[in-house]
Structure formats: structure tokens, C-alpha cells
Design a protein around this ligand. Structure first.
Ligand code: GUN
Length: 289
């Protein structure tokens, strides 16, 4: 068996086209373009690349973006004051603080400081709670992008045994909730899990988000499973690899995402969908997402 490749780049382009069409349609109704503010603190090299990709995608879709590049000497209070300005801005619908933050800044406090209706990462406790309860809201971008990819390949998740590897607030936990709402039976595995290999081997769907290069061996994958690889690590030779050992896994899976070009572009596409959603939400005068 050789798996079908889930082309996240292609699907993300389609989503960006749809976002652009909706932004264009707003203009014909004399509505301003959605506004996204991205805050990057310090000099983290990966964050610079991620933020650049997000801004480029905004430009392509006609979303107004602003980036605040803040030195890592900034205090937490100064950062919170900048966020508060954005919370009150009439032209900013969406705020994203790129993580990780320098160690002297508490990321939970920063997340809590973002107005929930503008929280396009879906990390504010209000939005996490809404996701937990299965209510509408702004949902974390990477899990949202994974759900879009699964829909794209026509997979019905209902009734599947799904294994999520990783329990981070950014991917693992919200991913498990998304899949549970979609009707899958979820096992969340992490660094303390016993018998991880057997759990993966029993899964119809594996979502790997551990950040450990090629951790998941191809021989663990059940024949015909769907494999979604969220991990991305740059090796010493400069190559990018995921959490799954791609080639042997591909020989067993029915569908697999490549790294790069799988989940990564979908995170950006989902961010733009969320930004548009946040702009539309504010126009209804909603005070909760
Ligand atoms: N760092 C890695 N992934 C993300 C993300 O989805 N949002 C933010 N804000 N920072 C990140």
C-alpha cells in the first residue's frame, strides 16, 4: 500500500481563495477589510519565519496586518499595555501573540490579557471553554486546519479510534476535543504514556504533535490508517522532518500528510479564517465569541 498524500499547500490555497473572496465581498458592502495585529517578542528565528508567512497570507487575501516587533527586554507590563491598546482599537479585529515568549514573561497572563472576541489563536480560557463545551467560538488554528484537511479527503471521523500524540494547549488538547466533537473515540498519549506503540498500532487515525523528529516508526502504523503529522523539526543537515518516519509510514497508511507542505500551511489558512470570523463577530456587536 502507498498512502495518498494530503496536500496541505493545495488545500490551504483553496481556503485562502475563499477568504479573499469573502474579504472582496465585504468591500462591495462598504465594509473595511479585517485587521490582524501580530506581536512578536524577541529574536526567535522560527517565530520570525512563522510570522512572515502569516503576514504574506494576509496580504494575499486583502486582510490588513500590522506586526509589532518588540525587543525581549520588554517587561510583561509593557506587553500587556500594548495588547490593551489593540483590545480597544476600532480597526483591529484579531490579535495574535506569537509563542514562545521570553522566559520573564508569563504566557498565560498574556493570553488572558487578549480580548476573547479578538483572540484568533483560540487560546483564551473563554475560547478554550467554548471549544470544550462544543459551542461556537474562535478555535485554535492548527487543530482547525487538521479538521479541514480531513474533510477535504472525504474522511468520516465518526466512530474512528483516534490517537493524538501530545497534550499541548496549542495542538494536542484542542485536537482531541475537535476529534471528540466529530464523533471519534480519542486516546491522548504523551511522554508518560505506557504502551504507546500498541495504542498507535490500534488507531484508525493518528495525529502526531510531539515535536520529536521521526519518533513514530512506520511499523507502528495500522494498515489503512490516516496519519497527520503536526511536528516539524529542522535537522543538523538543514532538512525538515516531522514526528513520523514518513517513508515507512506511507507504505502502511491510506493517507498521510507530508512535512513540510502538510499541516503547516493549514495553520496559516485557519488563522485567516479566524480573523475573518472575528471581524464578522465584532460587526454583530457580540461581546463573547
Ligand atoms: N507558536 C507555535 N504555534 C503557534 C500558534 O499556533 N500560535 C501562536 N500564537 N504561537 C505559536
Amino acid at each position: 500500500m502507498s498512502a495518498g498524500i494530503i496536500d496541505g499547500k493545495q488545500v490551504s490555497q483553496r481556503i485562502l481563495d475563499q477568504v479573499k473572496a469573502r474579504v472582496d465581498a465585504r468591500r462591495t458592502r462598504a465594509l473595511r477589510p479585517p485587521g490582524l495585529a501580530v506581536i512578536r517578542v524577541g529574536e526567535d528565528a522560527a517565530s520570525k519565519i512563522y510570522v512572515r508567512n502569516k503576514l504574506r497570507a494576509c496580504e494575499r487575501c486583502g486582510i490588513e496586518s500590522t506586526v509589532l516587533e518588540i525587543p525581549d527586554t520588554t517587561t510583561q507590563a509593557e506587553l500587556l499595555a500594548r495588547i490593551d491598546d489593540l483590545n480597544h482599537s476600532e480597526i483591529i479585529d484579531a490579535i495574535l501573540v506569537q509563542l514562545p515568549l521570553p522566559s520573564h514573561i508569563d504566557s498565560d497572563t498574556v493570553t488572558d490579557g487578549i480580548e476573547p472576541t479578538k483572540d484568533v489563536d483560540g487560546f483564551h480560557p473563554c475560547n478554550v471553554g467554548r471549544l470544550m463545551l462544543g459551542r461556537t467560538g474562535l478555535r485554535p488554528c492548527t487543530p482547525r486546519g487538521v479538521m479541514t484537511l480531513l474533510r477535504h479527503i472525504g474522511v468520516t471521523v465518526t466512530g474512528m479510534d483516534a490517537v493524538v500524540l501530545g497534550r499541548s494547549n496549542i495542538v494536542g488538547r484542542p485536537m482531541a476535543l475537535e476529534l471528540m466533537h466529530a464523533g471519534a473515540t480519542i486516546t491522548v498519549c504523551h511522554s508518560r504514556t505506557r504502551g504507546l506503540e500498541d495504542k498507535v498500532a490500534a488507531a484508525d487515525l493518528v495525529v502526531a504533535a510531539l515535536g520529536k523528529p521521526r519518533f513514530v516508526e512506520g511499523s507502528w502504523i495500522k494498515t489503512g490508517a490516516i496519519v497527520v503529522d503536526v511536528g516539524i523539526t529542522r535537522l543538523a543537515d538543514g532538512s525538515l522532518v516531522g514526528d513520523v518516519d514518513f517513508e515507512p509510514a506511507r507504505r502502511r497508511a491510506a493517507w498521510i500528510t507530508p512535512v513540510p507542505g502538510g499541516v503547516g500551511p493549514m495553520t496559516v489558512a485557519s488563522l485567516l479564517e479566524n480573523t475573518l470570523q472575528a471581524a464578522e463577530l465584532r460587526e454583530t456587536g457580540a461581546t463573547t465569541p
